[in-house]
Structures are given as structure tokens and as C-alpha cells.
Ligand binder design. Structure first.
Ligand SMILES: *[C@@H]1O[C@H](CO)[C@@H](O)[C@H](O)[C@H]1NC(C)=O
Ligand SMILES: *[C@@H]1O[C@H](CO)[C@@H](O)[C@H](O)[C@H]1NC(C)=O
Ligand SMILES: *[C@@H]1O[C@H](CO)[C@@H](O)[C@H](O)[C@H]1NC(C)=O
Ligand SMILES: *[C@@H]1O[C@H](CO)[C@@H](O)[C@H](O)[C@H]1NC(C)=O
Length: 337
């Protein structure tokens, strides 16, 4: 009896998927930690630090430069469940002004190239960060949270779909009541949209993975770890996206075609957070905040080696001229979604 119990508790201990253990499991040998300042920093100092030290793809903060600063940790003794880390030092605060939702009205968005000197990129990457929401955070209908990105800084966001060759993105979203999900811009071949864990959004917006497979709590830290492994060869849908929440696997979506060309690789963090959503039904009713700390990346040169189905050569779904016109109008109006 005692023996069985201790075996079970040993198994539970071993099962904790810290980012270090996941990185090692997937052969990701290189890592980097985004630098934070030693003291709190006002908005202008925070912008200067990000521009000089975070490898921004455009050399500037793309959206919401006025909505970030480094502040004292609001939850210094509320670590993520399963984590031993309490904070010391400032954390990155993002502000979402009352009434804001996408469209560059609140939150922040930028693409951090790990290697801004222009590398060939990675075939697999792991992102880990801690996020906290103001106590009593009103989730409304949902919002974006950071993830990974590859290829061009344009597209694969904001309703500008992926064609599989120029870019991809894989972010996190919070939804109603703090439910979590993966949110990707990738091709969607082989009928993946009919998978029960996958929900393909209308027109050219992204794809939701495993909605509700984890749930954020406000007023404390939450630990998110995301693995992306490129599909290989490019006509096999064995791309792998796994998300761990508080060091426990939340979901694995292992039948993805993330790219159609080998020159599309993983280039870094896609820091992207705002309420929405493309209309004001997603807007925050009050000014509110999130906080980020311990942003780390691991990289590796091996893509997925999982078994996968060959991508069917069927043409992508056809769109009517009116759908195309609507999409063009939408893309014209919304730059951030
Ligand atoms: C973190 O803070 C909590 C609450 O104050 C405390 O119980 C815990 O021991 C702290 N952990 C560490 C590693 O300091
Ligand atoms: C960074 O870029 C340089 C220049 O292209 C390249 O030689 C190096 O391998 C890259 N490093 C990483 C970690 O990607
Ligand atoms: C890969 O090559 C194709 C064909 O030349 C090009 O259209 C595409 O933009 C390239 N993708 C990247 C990420 O460089
Ligand atoms: C959509 O993204 C592509 C790159 O994937 C880019 O070339 C194009 O300009 C973007 N279109 C708009 C309207 O932003």
C-alpha cells in the first residue's frame, strides 16, 4: 500500500513538465531569456529597453507602444500552481484602456527575432512565460496572448491568412471565463477543421485549438509553455503544437501542416495581446492590465519526426467574389486582430 502510494506520488512528481524538461525531451539545446530591467521603468524607458534589447523585427514596437511599462510585481507571493518561483524584480505591465479591442486601441504587439542578425531560424522552438491578470479580471469574450511566429512580420494575424510559405503564427487566447486555447494561423488541410478539438474561424481568421483545455486564474501568476515543431517533409501534416499550463500538458495537436516550404522556420516570440476580436462586443468595459515575467525561449534544429498523413492535393476552399471583397474590406479596417 505505502509502496503503491509512493510510486504514484513519484509518478506525479516526474510528470511535472517544466520548460527545462520539455526542452530536453525535444532536443532543444539552445536557450535565451529576454532581459528585464533591474528597477521599474516608465513607459518611455520601457520602450527604449525593448527597442535596444529585445530584437524587434521592425526595430520598433508595432502596436501599443504607449501601453507598456515595468512595474513592481503585483503578486509577489502568488506563484503559478506547481511553481516554486516567487518573484523578485519588476515585471512587464500591459494596459488595456477602457473600451479597447484589437485595431491598435489597447494592449501591445511586436515580433522579437531571437537572432536579429538574420539566421536561418529554428525547426522547433519552446516558449515559456508567466502571465498574471488583475484581480477580478473581466475576461469579456476573449483576447490574445503571446506565442511564437516565423517568416514575414506581415500577415498570419489580423485576418490575413497563412498561405503556408510566407509566415505562420501560434498564439494563446483567453476566452469566456478565462478558458485557454491555442490560436494559430497555418494552413488547414486534410479536413483538420472537423477535428473535435479544432475550430476554424470564419473567413481568413485563425484556428482555435483545444478551447477550455486549461483555465487562467486572475490575481496570481499562471505559467504557459508552448512547443512548436515544424512539419517535415512539408507535404506531411506532422507539425506539432503542444501547450503546457502550470507545468501540466494541456493539449497536443500533432497533425498540423504549419508550412508548405522548407524556408519557413520559427524565428521568435510573437508578443501579441489585446481584447478581441474584431468588434466592440469584445471590448474591455474598464481599464485593466496583464503582467508578464520570465520570458524564455529554447530552440532546436530538428523538425517533427512524428508519423503524419500526406497533405491532400485538393485545392484550398474557393471563395466567392463577395467573400473576397468583404475580406479585403475587413483587412483594410483591422490592422491588429
Ligand atoms: C512564495 O510565497 C508563498 C506565499 O508567501 C510562500 O508560501 C512560499 O514559500 C514562497 N516560495 C518561495 C520559493 O519563496
Ligand atoms: C544567428 O544568425 C547568424 C547569422 O546569420 C547565424 O550564423 C547563427 O547561427 C544564428 N544563431 C542562431 C542561434 O540561430
Ligand atoms: C520562401 O520562398 C518562397 C518562394 O521563393 C517565397 O514566396 C516565400 O516568401 C519564402 N518564405 C520565407 C519565410 O522566406
Ligand atoms: C498579408 O500578409 C502578406 C505576407 O504573408 C503580406 O505580403 C501582405 O501585404 C499582407 N496583406 C495585408 C493587407 O496586410
Amino acid at each position: 500500500m505505502f509502496f503503491a502510494l509512493s510510486l504514484i506520488s513519484a509518478a506525479i512528481l516526474v510528470a511535472a513538465d517544466t520548460p527545462e524538461s520539455v526542452a530536453s525531451q525535444f532536443g532543444l539545446t539552445t536557450s535565451t531569456t529576454l532581459p528585464f530591467p533591474a528597477a521599474t521603468a516608465s513607459n518611455s524607458d520601457a520602450q527604449a529597453l525593448l527597442v535596444s534589447q529585445w530584437g524587434l523585427s521592425r526595430g520598433r514596437i508595432q502596436n501599443g507602444a504607449g501601453d507598456l511599462s515595468f512595474v513592481a510585481d503585483p503578486f509577489p507571493d502568488k506563484p503559478a500552481p506547481g511553481s516554486a518561483t516567487n518573484s523578485s524584480g519588476p515585471v512587464l505591465q500591459i494596459t488595456y484602456p477602457e473600451g479597447s479591442f484589437s485595431g491598435d486601441t489597447g494592449g501591445a504587439q511586436f515580433y522579437n527575432l531571437w537572432n536579429s542578425s538574420g539566421s536561418a531560424g529554428f525547426q522547433s522552438m519552446l516558449l515559456s512565460y508567466e502571465v498574471a491578470f488583475d484581480k477580478g479580471f473581466n475576461w469579456v469574450k476573449g483576447g490574445k496572448l503571446p506565442g511564437l511566429r516565423g517568416g514575414s512580420p506581415n500577415g498570419c494575424s489580423g485576418g490575413n491568412r497563412s498561405d503556408g510559405s510566407r509566415c505562420f503564427s501560434s498564439r494563446i487566447m483567453w476566452r469566456l471565463n478565462g478558458q485557454g486555447e491555442g490560436y494559430t494561423y497555418t494552413p488547414t488541410p486534410n479536413n483538420i477543421c472537423s477535428d473535435s478539438k479544432v475550430s476554424c474561424n470564419s473567413d481568413d481568421f485563425g484556428t482555435s485549438l483545444a478551447r477550455g483545455s486549461f483555465t487562467f486564474s486572475s490575481g496570481q501568476w499562471n505559467h504557459v509553455t508552448m512547443l512548436v515543431q515544424m512539419n517535415n517533409p512539408v507535404d506531411i501534416a506532422n507539425g506539432n503544437i503542444q501547450v503546457y499550463f502550470n507545468n501540466v500538458l494541456a493539449f497536443a495537436q500533432s497533425n498540423m501542416q504549419i508550412r508548405t516550404t522548407t524556408n519557413l522556420t520559427i524565428n521568435g516570440l510573437y508578443f501579441s495581446t489585446f481584447f478581441g476580436g474584431a468588434d466592440d462586443s469584445w471590448a474591455t468595459p474598464e481599464t485593466t492590465h496583464t503582467y508578464f515575467r520570465n520570458l524564455q525561449l529554447w530552440g532546436g534544429s530538428n523538425p517533427s519526426t512524428l508519423a503524419g498523413a500526406k497533405v491532400s492535393s485538393a485545392l484550398p476552399r474557393l471563395r466567392s467574389a463577395s467573400t473576397l471583397l468583404c475580406a479585403a474590406l475587413l483587412v483594410g479596417t483591422l490592422s491588429v486582430l
